[in-house]
Write a protein that binds this ligand. Structure first.
Ligand code: F6R
Length: 360
């Protein structure tokens, strides 16, 4: 049978928005975002906060989850991600607020930002334009810009580097340029293994896409790879337009592990991907292999992806690149262009037309 994933012309036809070319650019975003954050000057009000709250949605929010998890061994203060309209009551003058929105026009982010400003919180912004950057320039708020033109979800390298760089400048986190160089190298390495010119027999992303087609993908990971599993899930949603789920270990062994039993008709239609780091807690690694035993008993498809790279940031971005490639190849197996997200656009457009106080 002809394999569409080994047909360069067919790939180019489906990937009209160039999502495959965008994945290796995560490497440049990491290096460039870190470099640009070096010239950010933060006023005293923004330095040494008691906590950090990042406001964002979708592809602009995941960077905050990744920073929290990857640097959990070094972050000096709690970091909360708010994916909602309202700022939690605990945010106050000692809470550094970072509003992150690629478009700068996402209403949940703008709503929580307005509350942060009126509450007197120190505020910074990460964006490209829209009302967010207009407000940042008008109010002289410290701000950083995502690199170049890309879909928000294809800007996760910038999202992580700019936020980590900003927190480094605020004195809440100490990161080094070498870590970003390692992470860039790991993206390039994964891209050389997963690019469209590498045939399926040697290409782990194409092979995974074939395992996931016509199945419900579930991605499980522990520790700092937890948000990477979430990233896989959202990329599978937005690029491949498929339902998908993510689970965190060890928590998954207290509930999800039971739930694979039913409905039985889903057993042959489910595929579980485990992201495994050599740095995983040994008990998490054991919980993973026990989970695999139970899946095997039920004949539920599964695969362990061994994540490599020097340091957590490099490992996380290696796994992110693999997940991104897999999601794009899955889109192509479904005969779809990975780039457009018509359902998100529909919701945003209808919301813009609706009465701002309408509830349904
Ligand atoms: C689209 C994407 C979305 C957006 C989300 C918020 O590529 O990733 O999840 O990130 O709709 O929009 P922005 O990022 O512009 O605030």
């Amino acid at each position: 049978m002809a394999n569409v994933l080994d047909d360069r012309a067919a790939i180019a036809r489906y990937d009209g928005g160039g999502m495959l070319e965008a994945i290796p650019r995560l490497a440049e975003q990491l290096a460039d975002g870190w470099a640009r954050s070096r010239s950010l000057e933060l006023p005293a009000s923004h330095r040494d906060p008691d906590s950090v709250t990042v406001l964002g949605m979708g592809g602009s929010a995941i960077g905050a989850d990744l920073v929290r998890a990857i640097f959990s061994d070094r972050l000096r203060v709690p970091l909360v991600t708010v994916r909602d309209y309202d700022l939690p009551a605990h945010a106050g003058p000692r809470t550094l607020i970072v509003a992150a929105s690629h478009s700068g026009a996402t209403e949940e982010t703008l709503s929580a930002l307005a509350q942060a400003i009126s509450r007197g919180c120190p505020v910074a912004a990460i964006g490209t334009g829209g009302p967010l950057m207009a407000a940042a320039r008008k109010g002289a708020l410290p701000h950083l810009e995502y690199a170049g033109e890309a879909q928000p979800r294809a800007s996760v390298g910038s999202g992580v580097a700019l936020l980590a760089g900003l927190l480094d400048r605020a004195g809440s986190l100490a990161v080094s340029g070498e870590e970003f160089a390692e992470a860039s190298a790991s993206v390039h390495e994964m891209a050389s293994r997963c690019g469209p010119s590498v045939p399926t027999e040697q290409n782990p992303a194409k092979q995974l896409a074939w395992s996931l087609v016509d199945r419900l993908p579930v991605v499980e990971a522990g520790g700092f790879l937890g948000p990477v599993a979430r990233r896989w899930k959202t990329q599978l949603n937005e690029n491949a337009k498929t339902v998908a789920a993510w689970e965190e270990l060890p928590e998954a062994t207290h509930n999800a592990v039971v739930g694979y039993a039913q409905p039985e008709t889903l057993h042959e239609r489910t595929f579980v991907v485990f992201l495994a780091s050599p740095d995983d807690h040994p008990r998490v690694a054991l919980r993973r292999s026990l989970s695999i035993d139970l899946l095997a008993e039920r004949q539920i498809g599964h695969e362990v992806v061994a994540v490599g790279g020097r340091g957590r940031l490099a490992q996380a971005f290696s796994a992110i690149a693999l997940g991104d490639f897999t999601s794009v190849y899955l889109a192509i197996l479904y005969g779809l262009d990975p780039t457009p997200v018509a359902a998100i656009t529909y919701v945003k457009e209808r919301l813009a037309m609706a009465d701002p106080d309408a509830v349904d």
